[in-house]
Design a protein around this ligand. Sequence first.
Ligand code: PLP
Length: 395
Amino acid sequence: VSIFATVQRAPRDPILGLTEQFVADQREHKVNLGVGVYQDASGKVPVLECVRAADADLSAGGKPYGYLPIDGLAAYDNAVADLVFDDSVERDRVAVVQSLGGTGALKVIADFLHQTRPDAGVLISAPSWENHRAIFTRAGFEVAEYPYYDADRRGVDVDAMVAALQSAEPGTVVVLHACCHNPTGYDLSPADWERVLAVVVERDLFPILDMAYQGFATSLEADGAAVRAFAAAGINGAVTTSFSKTFSLYGERVGALSVVCADADEAGRVLSQLKIIVRTTYSNPPTHGAAIVAAVLTDPAQRAGWESELGGMRDRIKQMRTALVDGLTAAGATGWEHITAQNGMFSYSGLTAEQMIALREEHAVYGLDSGRLCVAALNPTNLDRVITAIAAVSN
Ligand code: PLP
């Protein structure tokens, strides 16, 4: 008999499973608000102009595709550190490795922390991006949740969150969404962040600031404020960066892990361990996406172009949020203003699982059963259909 005879079939990934169902749906007017991908007004995943230009330069340069160092392209790592930290912390106190998207950064830090502090607990927000729990569980940790979303008040229950952190054991790893919380869209206010930082310092917790959407809420600067405040507080912590959404480079797998250490010597030791994890997992990261991002970030004109394109994506999402609320209100559905109080690509709509199923089955509008809708996939062509469908299932 085969040694795999007893292998069980794993459950389908809920989001990718939904995409398969969407693809198989024969209805022409179907709309996919399930997966977290930004689309432009014509419903396409954009190629940013700054990316197109950097890509053309790279191709014209005819550089060979050799191996990168284990920790990635140095120019990229430095550019990421500048973007993430500015001057909030000395560069030599931060160990940076280029990673396979934000997911890869989370995996490397999870493995490193498990090697360093196997008995630490890990706390993620309730709810959180599903992969947070999966990644840290697979790395060997017990994962628990801190309260976050308050369904009744439609916002963050920061009192409950701070209370939970207050009672966490010293050394507990706390995964925080730096901005544009996935899945709810509700972020901490600057005053809330101060409270969270204070309890992290007081209880000696290890924060991981997961930054997958810098620039999608307000601006690069404002969205990075919490990360810089944590770095400036002089504590150990990590930042996991993804450029998948902000550069629309999903498939290139461009991310970074930055670990803030006590001093340069510690950062060197930490980096040496991170490199072993990388070496034994995928050896070294891919070249092309990181070369594009490094070129854009380090060229002032290109960087300005990127900021403007990023602002364009952000503004389009906000317009769609407003248009959705206006349309629902005009259709006689009330109580939708919370959609415009949220940030980023996702909206916890407040629709129930039953309503989400009805949206899918009766109207071919696909979202998650949790009520999460990807508002970054709305456009002038599908908007009316989505409004009509939501109004129909919520009346
Ligand atoms: N972290 C959060 C909160 C996310 O929403 C995502 C993507 O959906 C990621 C990390 C992973 O990003 P990447 O696709 O770059 O691995």
